[in-house]
Design a protein around this ligand. Structure first.
Ligand code: TGC
Ligand code: FAD
Length: 387
């Protein structure tokens, strides 16, 4: 696998083991059928508990059955999952960074004890409801209401584009009391079998097809007081979760690009035209050289980001730079890989076009490329240019 600058030589034994076991799992259990799942628009649901057994959900958290691996090990895991398919990495990202993380960081002791072991093992599936039909890039303007009633809250509103909502047991829903604009956004754990919850599936996606996406409808849904996440108020709550998930994406996207590169290099070595392998042509070598360079740059960024996270110096803006760069890189390079496969490149028999289509979603979710540009612009100039 491409590691041109030998960054993996510095991995610890634990990090190397996690990389090897994730690669093995993906090669044996997922890769053989992923093209078919992608075409059918299904996720291999039987793997959800197996992924839990493998420790794929938030292994970087401490306690509650989690092994507390290094941030680099977590990143490497995301990379190996996305080298197979962005939908597989999304499953782990949402469950770990967007559902287990907020419970771990902001939840009560009871919530942690109840949910973390179940989510970590894959016995339960979670989803994260922030985006609304009218508020995507600007979730601060959310309309979902949470009004106090009978020692609890009544929730009304709708969330959309929610990964795994149709198969989730619990949703982390962000809402506020809309009667008072000064009331902060709060996080609620909403069991999806509560009266008034609906989770329609969104069909006909042309990207991230091996991942289930849906809505969350909330129609007078009562949740008791103990379902509120007590440890956070305001947009720092959901945005703090996004920092964790964006970190995983910055790593994951490299996996998709690397897989495209390896596929294109193998293909170019085997495929013969004009009496020999196409890899001997300078035009093809230029493509491979550029891909390898861009992937290597992204790897360096991700490894440094992990070091910053490990020692507590990582700022959300560092994550924005890595998510923005690495996803754009993967989106661009998977297209070049596709091109090198000629006609075969447009089929699901090979991974590059599947990655290329998936990466349109990855470029859009967890903050679009444009939004990360503006986050960096604000950090660099002091002027916020969102409005
Ligand atoms: P702003 O006024 O800047 O900040 C509000 C409060 O939040 C804090 N904060 C952060 N904390 C942690 N991490 C971050 N990344 C943070 N960004 C901001 C900030 O310090 C402040 O705290 P406090 O205590 O002072 O109140 O916030 P804003 O409302 O102006 O934000 C602007 C903007 C555009 C950057 C933000 O809204 C944004 O990032 N928008 C993009 C929306 C987005 O990324 N949505 C993703 C939805 S989830 C998803 O896509 C899952 S895909 C899952 C999968 O399948 O993998
Ligand atoms: P919009 O915000 O309407 O943006 C449209 C275009 O306008 C974009 O190009 C954007 O960059 C641009 N734009 C917006 N504001 C500005 C600005 N200020 N300056 C310049 N350009 C701007 N959300 C969840 O909460 N949970 C999930 O699990 C989840 N999973 C997802 C899974 C999939 C498959 C997809 C596609 C999305 C998912 N999302 C999820 C939603 C995702 O986070 C949003 O799609 C994303 O934040 C963008 O919001 P939007 O689609 O409403 O686009």
């Amino acid at each position: 696998m491409l590691d041109y600058y030998g960054v993996e030589a510095d991995l610890s034994e634990e990090e190397r083991m996690i990389q090897e076991s994730a690669r093995e799992f993906v090669d044996e259990k997922v890769r053989p059928d992923i093209g078919e799942h992608w075409i059918e628009g299904t996720f291999p649901k039987d793997l959800i508990p197996e992924m839990g057994e493998m420790g794929f959900y938030a292994p970087n958290l401490e306690g509650y059955g989690s092994p507390n691996v290094s941030e680099k090990a977590y990143g490497i895991l995301m990379q190996e999952l996305e080298a197979c398919d962005s939908g597989l990495r999304s499953m782990a990202s949402v469950q770990g960074a967007l559902v287990m993380y907020p419970i771990h960081a902001y939840g009560s002791e009871e919530q942690k004890e109840h949910w973390l072991p179940k989510l970590g093992s894959g016995e339960a599936v979670g989803c994260f409801g922030l985006t609304e039909p009218e508020h995507g890039s600007n979730p601060t303007a959310m309309e979902t209401r949470a009004e106090e009633a009978d020692e609890g809250y009544v929730l009304n509103g709708s969330k959309t584009w929610i990964t795994n909502s149709p198969i989730a047991d619990v949703a982390v829903v962000w809402a506020r009391d809309q009667t008072d604009p000064d009331t902060p956004v709060r996080g609620f754990l909403v069991e999806t079998d509560r009266d008034g919850v609906s989770t329609n599936k969104i069909d006909e996606k042309l990207s991230l097809r091996a991942s289930i996406t849906g809505e969350i409808g909330l129609n007078d849904v009562y949740v008791p007081e103990e379902n509120i996440l007590p440890g956070v108020e305001g947009m720092g709550g959901p945005l703090g979760c996004l920092t964790q998930a964006r970190y995983g994406i910055a790593w994951g996207a490299i996996g998709a690009a690397r897989d495209g590169f390896e596929t294109a290099r193998d293909y170019a070595t085997d495929r013969e035209q004009f009496g020999g392998p196409i890899a001997r042509f300078q035009l093809q070598q230029d493509k491979l050289a550029e891909m390898a360079t861009q992937i290597t740059l992204a790897q360096l960024l991700a490894h440094r980001l992990a070091d910053l996270k490990e020692r507590g110096d990582m700022r959300p803006q560092h994550v924005s730079m890595a998510k923005r760069n690495n996803v754009r890189m993967a989106r661009d390079q998977s297209r070049i890989a596709r091109e090198m496969l000629g006609g075969n490149g447009i089929t699901a028999d090979y991974s590059p076009m599947r990655h290329m289509a998936n990466l349109e979603t990855v470029y859009t979710y967890e903050g679009t490329h444009d939004i990360h540009t503006l986050i960096l612009g604000e950090d660099l100039t002091g002027f916020a240019a969102y409005e």
